[in-house]
Write a protein that binds this ligand. Structure first.
Ligand code: PLP
Length: 368
């Protein structure tokens, strides 16, 4: 069957705000403002305001945000950094690429790092922890900050999937030394190519990132302050992102309505676990609507066969990929959830009719 409900539809989203995106494009192109210009500055200011930090520094990707953050924290060879066993591989690769050793910790029931298992992973070499806020739902930051204080660890938030999420109104990306952002096209705030940023309250970290993204150069003095990288957020992408950022609060509300619809249409199915955790103060923004189905691939394949595009990240956990040479210490929750996860379509461009259709197909699978 042909695709009836797309997972995301970037061309449709473009049509929804075409005039503004086109205007941003013409402004940049007609002036030739390609690198490190006003649009980048404006986006950084607006992003920092949105997240509630003093600074935001635009980078080329979420990976770069993690990598530069680790360097800013002085994490290096011989150090250990705690990362979740269930995350996108970039969280872990950034640690490996600064020469440090990632120490993996199993997921909890909400897909994020299991805080009950962090302490046993800490050794005298542990320098940092990277909690990941998956799918729009934050890791338990009050608890993680407490552990970090006790064991003197630097906290770098991988907030790539959670722009706009919060705990007790304090936004993701404003809790750690840095918050790391990805503007990969299918993120809640997606560009039209790769993009990323860090947010931070630390002036030295912001300055370090601003230099490192430009090969270590201070753009005002021309002085190189270290061996850096080429990983600046393009001005054109910044202009597009700045347009989209204005819509984000409205789009998050829309996503919450879709999630509500899924919940009322599917919550009576015992074999299907829905991503509603109802923790006071925690705000889910539904970057993804990831369910767990006891029927694993049979469930996701049925949806696809019936024209519903779904994502099953990550069927094979990253630590099981041999070439990454990571130690599989046994992560029981990650093992099971990796087989069960299935993200249903969740995007601001989805119509009510499409959501109803997804619900209908899921119910049909369960014979309801
Ligand atoms: C949790 C997480 N961490 C890191 C990244 C890396 O971001 P990017 O693809 O922009 O490098 C992503 C995005 O794909 C992500 O979802």
């Amino acid at each position: 069957m042909a695709v009836r409900v797309k997972f995301v539809d970037p061309a449709k989203l473009y049509r929804m705000i075409k005039n503004e995106l086109d205007a941003a494009y013409f402004e940049v192109m007609s002036k030739g403002d390609l690198i490190d210009r006003g649009q980048l500055k404006s986006f950084e200011e607006n992003l920092a305001k949105f997240v509630g930090t003093k600074y935001a520094v635009g980078l080329n990707s979420g990976y770069d945000a993690l990598h530069i953050s680790l360097r800013a924290a002085g994490i290096k060879q011989g150090d250990e950094v705690i990362v979740p066993a269930h995350t996108f591989v970039a969280t872990c690769s950034a640690v490996v690429n600064v020469g440090a050793t990632p120490v993996l910790v199993d997921a909890g029931k909400d897909f994020n790092i299991d805080c009950d298992k962090i302490e046993e992973a800490i050794t005298d070499k542990t320098r940092g922890i990277i909690p990941v806020h998956l799918s729009g739902w934050m890791a338990d930051m009050p608890r993680i900050l407490e552990l970090a204080r006790t064991f003197n660890l630097t906290v770098i938030e991988d907030a790539c999937q959670s722009l706009g999420s919060s705990i007790n109104k304090k936004m993701a990306g404003s809790w750690g030394l840095t918050g790391c952002w990805s503007f990969y096209p299918f993120k809640i705030l997606g560009g039209y190519g790769d993009g990323g940023a860090i947010t931070t309250d630390d002036a030295d970290v912001a300055q370090f990132a601003t230099r490192m993204r430009y090969n270590g150069e201070d753009r005002e003095t021309g002085e190189y302050h270290g061996h850096g990288f080429t990983c600046l957020l393009d001005n054109l992408q910044a202009a597009f992102l700045d347009v989209k950022l204005k819509y984000l609060p409205k789009w998050i509300d829309h996503r919450k309505l879709i999630a509500k619809k899924y919940r009322s249409g599917l919550s009576d199915i015992p074999d299907l676990l829905l991503p509603h955790y109802d923790r006071p103060g925690f705000d889910h923004i539904y970057q993804n609507y990831t369910v767990r189905s006891k029927q694993e691939n049979d469930f996701s394949e049925f949806l696809k066969e019936n024209g519903v595009e779904v994502l099953t990240q990550f069927r094979k956990p990253y630590y099981k990929h041999e070439a990454l040479e990571l130690q599989d210490r046994g992560f029981p929750e990650t093992e099971v959830l990796s087989r069960e996860v299935c993200s249903l379509p969740m995007a601001v461009e989805l119509t009510d009719g499409s959501v109803d259709y997804v619900i209908e197909v899921v119910r049909k699978f369960y014979g309801r």
